[in-house]
Design a protein around this ligand. Sequence first.
Ligand code: CP
Length: 321
Amino acid sequence: MPPRSKPKRAKAAPAPPFASAPGSLLDLEHLPTQDITDILKSARRLAKTPRDLLSKMLPGRRVALLFYEASTRTRVSFEFAAKNLGAVTSVVTASSSSIEKGESLTDTGITLEATGAEAIVIRHPSSGAASLMARHVSVPVLNAGDGMHEHPSQGLLDAYTILEHKKDLRGLRVVITGDIQHSRVARSNAHLLSRFGAKVTLCGPPALLPGSASALAPNLTLERDFARALRGADAVMMLRIQKERLAGFNLNVDEYIAGYQLTAERLRIARKDAIVMHPGPMIRGLELTADVADGPQSVIAEQVGNGVLVRMALLLRAFKA
Ligand code: CP
């Protein structure tokens, strides 16, 4: 028998363009590979930790949740994650904050820190908002999704979910389908999965794909034909059409459904044990059919539950606890 080859190590991350408070999470592109591994391990440990022990991990620590864009999953799971650990939270939304009166994002960050916030979680419609905030405060900043840039905690919870069902990311065939061009989820997943050796195919109509795969992350393949993309897939991640980011592009919904909706028939092209993922919010009947969303291969609800574990791990990392 030939000797087993040593497993290849995951690639290193490029250096971040600027310094931020330790424990910050601004993107996955620059997050060290060891940090990704440690966060996923920590989330696995937390899954087995009794609630009464969890609640003693960050007693009374203050977490500000700045949500300037709509969110259900990310906002609730960050808040529950903080509360599970015994921290206290304050949620600030655009319509209820002094941004309405003209205060800048950076002044809001400085104000939150002055009130005693020890970590700031931020969702914002503008790419780069989390990094801008991180340059102006000395507490950790956690990016909960910034425009079309990245959604790093989603990328981490997706990797966690995949690894609950598959042994290894190396060599795994992952198809991400939909509005790739505008998707921060696709970007974060592409960075993480390609770093760990997964074979990532980005699929969608040309108008919703980037001009070149390398514009998004290294080692990706672009594919317009959904059936071709699905062949041999181990995980199929469907994305929402982000109407709010289409900026003048008129999507023909019927054509989109005909070409890219994940149906039970199309899912049969993938591997038998392929998992179906969606970061949410999902539109049943558009990017996937209800029977697929609720079917035995769907891990969509698991993704949401795992989000609380991964975000607890991120908060512990932010507080170095
Ligand atoms: N996946 C995700 O970011 O969902 P929300 O917009 O509901 O937070």
